[in-house]
Design a binder for this molecule. Sequence first.
Ligand code: BES
Ligand code: MN
Length: 472
Amino acid sequence: MSTKVNVSEVRGTVDRHFGEYLEDLKSLVRIPSISFAGFDEKSVRKSAEAVAKLMKKRGLENVEVLDVEGAHPYAYGEWLHAGPKAPTLLLYAHHDVQPVGREAAWTSPPFEPVERQGPAGLRLYGRGTADDKAGILIHLAAIDAYLKSAGKLPVNVKVVIEGEEEIGSVHLGMFLQKYRERLSADVLVLTDTGNFDSGVPGITIALRGLASLEVEVKSLKGPVHSGMWGGPVPDPVLALAKMLSGLVSSEDGSIELRSIKDNFKEPEGAEYDRMKAIPFDETAFREASGMLTGVEILRRGPSVPGQLWRYPSLTVTAIQASSRAQAGNIINDAAWAKVSIRLVPGLDPKEVLDDLQMTLKQAAPWGVQVEFSHANGANAWSTDPEGPVYEAAAIALEKGYGVKPVFFGCGGSIPFVRPFAKALGGVPALLIGVEDPHTQAHGENESLLISDFLKSIHSQVELFNEVLKAWK
Ligand code: BES
Ligand code: MN
């Protein structure tokens, strides 16, 4: 195939069919594909099948639901007729979502997508609208628009949509082993990160890693009357609270683990200056995060935005012992918590997890029993945004958004990136996406800015073409 593709025609096709792409997105959001344990696994499979069906409808070939034992399914499809000289892009997104949190805190039900005015304009509300079902549609819409208007794409594409990103891609190693050959590509393009601001595109150049585990503290065979037994019998909830509180400093919240203190390198020199120069609007930060009046910002390093991806952080993501409804006068038999540490380059997930277990165990008072489970880790990732792919991306995003993209780091994690880029021989990974600061990914009332969704599809159309140009 040699006739040239007219990109502005393709973009016209995007505009004409945008309503359909939005409907495709809504159809995916209606499937509650929560990958966490304890939720209906069949919904995640249904979601993978729905993605596969959309892939076929939008012109991809050899579409398949890919399985790995014990894992939530991936959806796969390809279009490989751009010829051997054109590069092959591996396009990634994920179709699983986080749990919804407090159902009652949602203005509209999480799995019934609705359009409503919100911050920065008209938004689509629902779990997974932005993280990351829009990411799936960005790929599929761009592909569809090319095939509809030109009958072909400028590049070869392989589309991989994962089903367990939100639980740490626990079977990634096995998936890679099984499907590596089929997934060989020249460039990775992931649509699972955020824009710099509403209407301002971003290219993510760093992600934090993650080390998480669950800890349970036990002191009794069952709960007992706190009046009859209180005093001599140790309270496992207090024991756990003491163990957890020692993990961070009370001043700035920095992590008190040797594996982190010894290996973390403060930014200095040019990096320090670059971070210092990142503009920080405290009011906007407080507003977007929802921090309450009087609550302090725990600052570390030269700037708060830089801190979010250049410094490690520790969070207790859940804690449990009895419940509000069952809060009788008892000494609980057990207390449980999930601890999650965001890592930066230089910090090893395995080492941090070992250290965390040892430190918690050593801090356990009164001889309480301590058990760990579900330890999971992912490495941080960062790149030098140099070379033709990043240049092509910068041009494409500017054409799609009408605004130059900002290269910036991101505090979240995507376990897929590092092992996959490595397995494909160190290919460049391009991280883009349509979350904006008002998206509230993982929170209640998650939403997608619809105008940015359209701009992202336009950018993706431009990207395919710009990558081909840069390749030559
Ligand atoms: N889309 C996010 C990653 C992200 C977060 C990008 C913030 C841009 C801004 C992704 O789906 C995610 O949430 N990943 C998990 C991975 C974890 C379970 C290993 C995360 O960061 O918590
Ligand atoms: Mn995501």
